[in-house]
Ligand binder design. Sequence first.
Ligand code: TYD
Length: 304
Amino acid sequence: MLDKLTYAGREENFHDVASDERFRFVRGAIEDPDAVASTLDGGIDAIVNFAAETHVDRSIAEPDAFVRTHALGTYVLLEAARERELRYVQVSTDEVYGSIDVGTFTEDSALRPSSPYSATKTGADLLVQSYFHTYGLRATIVRGSNNYGPYQYPEKLIPLMVLNALHGDALPVYGDGMQVRNWIHCTDFAHAIGHVLAHGDPGEVYNAGGPDEQANIDVVRRIVTLTGASEDQIEHVSDRPGHDRRYSLSSDKVCALGWTPRVRFEDGLAETVAWYRDNAWWWEPIRSGEYRAYYERQYGRSLS
Ligand code: TYD
């Protein structure tokens, strides 16, 4: 595994696989060809590009890292795969399609990204497809919907709300909170990526969406109930600029390959809340570190 361990990456996130003899960790950036080359010596037959800057709010405030990681980083990995004739999987996002009020996106839907995050992810997808068409690289793309589960950095909706709820902090809902996301548990998404790596056809795109859609305000209300917090903590704050209203993915194509999402949102959310409640060792250093300053910049108030 090659990982730059930027603000959201930590060795604590892979402590449970670190001693596995099949696992090797190199600290470095995907946009650094030397780091990529040293990761690829010996016995590797595929590259799966999970590396991304993922947070839309940060892409609005500071887009440069998004261009570097998604455009340049993907290019460097594609070149490495081409030189060594490796298979390649690009981990992508439903956000490349933009927002959809009714219905659901298929792999043939138009690409209409709306934030610097999703625009740079879309550019990376197009570059991957060009390597299939131009050089015959055996590349596939998996587009996931909103992931949730343990070890997620608390800038994202669910861990942010869970930790704020547990601490008695305000729960900052953007705008009216009626934006809808199609939630997928991270284990289901990981299985989808593995499934496409094993069974996907080169040159193809596969959507992998979760089984449930939910308005943000309903997610937050469920978290209030699960944590025993108070509904009075919910606060409607200024909306995100250019906020996509709804994401929805049809996953028929990857389901036809034999994958199916197993974790229903209601169960996955309850498990996730329990994980954060039981694993203060994991989030305490985050909530007392860089994240506090980010939170103040983003929300104009301090955490308790
Ligand atoms: P997020 O977890 O940032 O994922 P994405 O932007 O990729 O969908 O946000 C999920 C939804 O929650 C999105 O509609 C924005 C909203 N949201 C809030 O209302 N308040 C918050 O503090 C955050 C972080 C997100």
